[in-house]
Design a protein around this ligand. Structure first.
Ligand code: SF4
Length: 120
């Protein structure tokens, strides 16, 4: 079981700044949702309502099977300027997550950055 579910933790879904890919937006819009993201600089990030991701209800993600790609990799992150994979120190259970597919995580981050350049 996912460590988030095992511990009943949704900390990373509070005050989220998770960026969305074009495909994330298409997939979530296909579910009928609108107004679920805001612009943050050159990114589009999940909207927060009352300090929580718009999709977090009673501690659970209401779109879990369709959640953004970045949510799937969290608590792993990739810094392309340092070329480093890191664990978010704010996640209390970070050490319980299996290692990510590094190539896919890097590809996601580069896609987000590339998408920004095309869009703006
Ligand atoms: S989409 Fe789901 S997993 Fe991602 S931040 Fe929102 S509630 Fe959490």
């Amino acid at each position: 079981m996912n460590p988030c579910l095992r511990h009943g933790c949704s900390l990373c879904c509070h005050e989220t700044e998770m960026p969305l890919t074009d495909e994330d937006i298409r997939r979530i819009e296909a579910l009928g949702y609108r107004d679920f993201y805001v612009r943050s600089g050159h990114l589009r990030v999940l909207r927060n309502v009352d300090g929580r991701c718009v999709f977090l209800q009673e501690g659970r993600c209401t779109i879990y099977p369709h959640r953004p790609e970045g949510c799937r990799f969290y608590p792993y992150t990739y810094d392309p300027w340092k070329d480093e994979i890191a664990l978010d120190p704010d996640c209390p259970y970070a050490h319980e997550f299996p290692p990510p597919d590094v190539d896919r995580l890097k590809e996601l981050v580069m896609r987000l950055l590339g998408a920004d350049d095309r869009r703006f």
